[in-house]
Design a protein around this ligand. Sequence first.
Ligand code: FE2
Length: 494
Amino acid sequence: MTVSPTRVEGAPRWSRSSMALCEVFTDLVRFSREVDRKNPLTEDVQFRVAKDPMFGELPLVKPPLRLALKALPLALRWRFTPTKGEPGRYTSFDEAHDDAVRYFGSLPDPEHYDVREEHLGDAWLHYMLVSKFSLWLEPHTPEGGAAADAKPQYVLDLEFMRELDAAPGYERHGGRVVIDDTRVLCITLHGRMYRPGDPAWELVKYRFRACSFAWVTLLHTVLHVREAAKLFIATYRFLPHTHPLHALLLPYLYGTHRNVARLQRTVTGARGVTAAVAGFVSGPAAIDFVAKRTGLRLPPEYPVQWTEHYRDLRAIWDALYAQVDAYVRLYNLDPATDPQIERWLRYLGAHAHPRLATRALSPDSDLSLTDVVAYLMFAMSVLHFSIGHTLNGTTDPRYISASVVRSDSPDLWSIVSTRDECLIRMAVYATINRHTYRLTDDFSDLCVDNRGKAIVRAFSEAMRARTAEMERDNEGRAYPRLLVPGAIGSSAAQ
Ligand SMILES: [Fe+2]
């Protein structure tokens, strides 16, 4: 079986994935021009309801229906246009790249899009499983019980994804992978188990990866439309600008309204990314399906805690939690004595997740106010980064595809949907180029007094020290640690 990429005729310098990306540039740039000549994509929210002293005008999430109707068919043109030779389309990747840079700002170098064999290896899959996906690993006992001297095993079980209908021409998702601390051991797909070396191993591995990326894309969207959007609305609606809790949360809300406005059209819409890229019949149905299965987990509650990724995540959580705890004590923040905080929590408990109402206000919750505030700040920044930027510099469509094309051929390329993958990568690169604040930024100017400033400043100083230390450590590594605070946006605005 061959796993080599097929070269496109007449484009010797660029791989098949690069040419498909070029088509997507055409469509996204056209889309941007149609929607807004100054700002690419959909920076078109026009309903301004509040002025913020640091961040300027903050429009309410309310995309104009007229623009939405106009933009949607343009965004999806790529699905129905011929792949080559149409007038107005780019003829080379260089041309597309240069034009896209003018609209989106800087983009990765063209060679970044070429395929790399290492992305297909079992070692790279293991790296992804113990980093990006490690938060969803569960301890695993092999059938018949583990041997006395066997290493502990862990499973990422996504077989439930087979319940989602696939669009015509696509396969249903699903699969579960078992690993130990150093190796991928097996993948079970729709009831059949495969091990490394099996003739179908590369195809099955691709199918599991595709499922994991489809699932994590949905999970990321759930975080945006549930916690992020609801935190933005609750904070602006129930906490005045002069409230200490509003001041603490502001950097973690930055830009969320624009982000969610875009998502409503390009991601969660009936034919948005979640449907088109992952090969589902309906994006909204897939999001709803995953939202119903998605609980709310604080970092100390993750079942598998030995991975380096978890330890890095936990270190940021502990520093963030200490900041929130000190802040809550300093200002005596308490829903029992502050009706504004009470309304803020009740809204979050009703519209985002019942645990967010806190144990003070709901028998369904076991959390304190400090737990809730720390979780929300963490979810907007670290969790959003960890879930959302799964691509991690990997642009190989064989590696990060979120769909499986139906085919009987044993050739890996026959089941890879390069155009879909390129679209999602472009969306990621376009969005991560937007401005956001980082966990290393000093937000103390937003605080209402000097005592609050000292607490907030201590956190950003700790994050800067951690960043310097991790950057040094990453220099000598083939597979870097990912949760470098200086790379993590404070809000889900990316
Ligand atoms: Fe995001």
